[in-house]
Ligand binder design. Structure first.
Ligand SMILES: CC(C)(COP(=O)(O)OP(=O)(O)OC[C@H]1O[C@@H](n2cnc3c(N)ncnc32)[C@H](O)[C@@H]1OP(=O)(O)O)[C@@H](O)C(=O)NCCC(=O)NCCS
Length: 171
């Protein structure tokens, strides 16, 4: 499964991406906003194997976001099925590719694809309220802010964290 979105090419992750994944999994901003449970010592080969498995069992399709001209890998976007008819999307972009619309465009394309092809009635996106760049990405991808939540924190300093829930539904 591959998606072309303007200057971006989205395609499944492969083992030859290990070096770029290793760099991403050690990036401080990507680690800062990773969902709870991210391993302290990330293993890029396990990470890629997990992505391949997500396609094999259909539970969590994920894409490497690449430059359509050069093939350079710029980021990651993944949809997980979290309940019957409900998916949740997550993403990151490598530091050198941030601030030029990569996440916003990839999110718009994957949101449309997931609603059309994964038999979902709703796609959720949650981010820490403090993560203003991710909030902007959600808006640019067409996800409406639907709820403010307070959830157990994934850092050690705070017990809870404010979270924005955005949603994309069929028009
Ligand atoms: C969040 C992230 C995915 C954004 O990727 P990106 O490709 O740079 O996103 P885009 O260029 O499409 O859009 C970023 C938007 O946020 C805005 N932005 C960036 N930093 C910001 C900040 N500190 N405060 C407010 N807005 C900010 C940009 O101006 C841009 O909006 P604009 O197009 O209206 O100018 C990237 O910064 C990242 O990977 N961060 C670490 C991991 C992460 O946070 N993942 C999401 C977890 S929910």
């Amino acid at each position: 499964m591959e998606i072309t979105a303007g200057t971006l090419h989205l395609r499944p992750w492969r083992l030859s991406d290990a070096d770029v994944v290793a760099r991403a999994l050690r990036d401080p901003e990507i680690r800062r906003w990773a969902p709870p449970g991210a391993p302290a010592e990330p293993d890029e080969k396990e990470w890629i194997a997990d992505r391949v498995e997500g396609w094999a069992d259909g539970s969590s399709p994920s894409f490497a976001i690449a430059d359509a001209t050069t093939g350079e890998v710029l980021g990651n976007i993944r949809v997980r099925t979290v309940a019957d008819g409900v998916g949740e999307v997550g993403y990151w972009v490598l530091p050198e590719a941030r601030g030029r619309g990569v996440a916003g465009h990839a999110l718009g394309a994957v949101g449309r694809w997931a609603l059309a092809c994964m038999e979902l009635s709703r796609l959720d996106l949650r981010h820490a309220a403090e993560n203003a760049a991710s909030c902007r990405v959600a808006q640019k991808g067409g996800f409406a802010l639907t709820r403010l939540l307070r959830e157990p924190s994934w850092d050690e300093e705070n017990e809870t964290v404010e979270v924005h829930l955005h949603t994309l539904s069929h028009a």
